[in-house]
Design a protein around this ligand. Structure first.
Ligand SMILES: [Zn+2]
Length: 157
């Protein structure tokens, strides 16, 4: 399958302390990651940059919902996400020896005019997912599928 690449790019020249940048992750964005457990979604991304010397600290807020497969009935369902995190955007020459333990870091070189946050944002969404994913209530699950699974389990015994 061919997907149009949907990149979440910010221009370095647009970074201003306190000026929020807004991006939107949609179905096309999630579709470009092969084998993803996230089947789609709508996630609003708000990024608040803050200059820290030559680097930037980005406060990232992810809010929306993602489409997953329910572990219980195997139907698709929407899981709300609301996640705050921080990532550091550093000039590449400072990459060595200055890693703050525990801090997420992205790098840009002197030649870069833009930074692609796609991979970072995708991973942030994946990491925010709970270990077990299912419809909030069992009554929201697909009843036919639950019945089929029950029959299957009984037959296996
Ligand atoms: Zn379910």
């Amino acid at each position: 399958m061919n997907y149009t690449k949907v990149a979440c790019i910010i221009e370095l020249s647009n970074l201003v302390s306190g000026a929020d940048i807004r991006l939107q992750l949609n179905d096309d964005f999630f579709a470009q990651f092969e084998g993803s457990e996230v089947l789609g979604g709508q996630v609003a991304v708000a990024i608040s940059p803050r200059a820290v010397g030559k680097a930037w600290s980005l406060q990232v807020h992810l809010k929306g919902q993602v489409k997953l497969l329910c572990d219980r009935c195997l139907d698709e369902f929407l899981l709300p996400i609301d996640e705050d995190e921080e990532v550091r955007l550093c000039p590449a020459q400072n990459a060595d020896g200055q890693q703050d333990a525990g801090d997420e870091q992205l790098f840009f070189t002197a030649q870069d005019t833009v930074v692609d946050l796609s991979q970072y944002l995708y991973e942030s969404v994946c990491l925010s997912l709970p270990m077990q994913r299912f419809h909030a209530r069992e009554s929201d699950c697909n009843p036919q599928m639950l019945q089929k699974l029950k029959t299957l389990i009984v037959n296996l015994k």
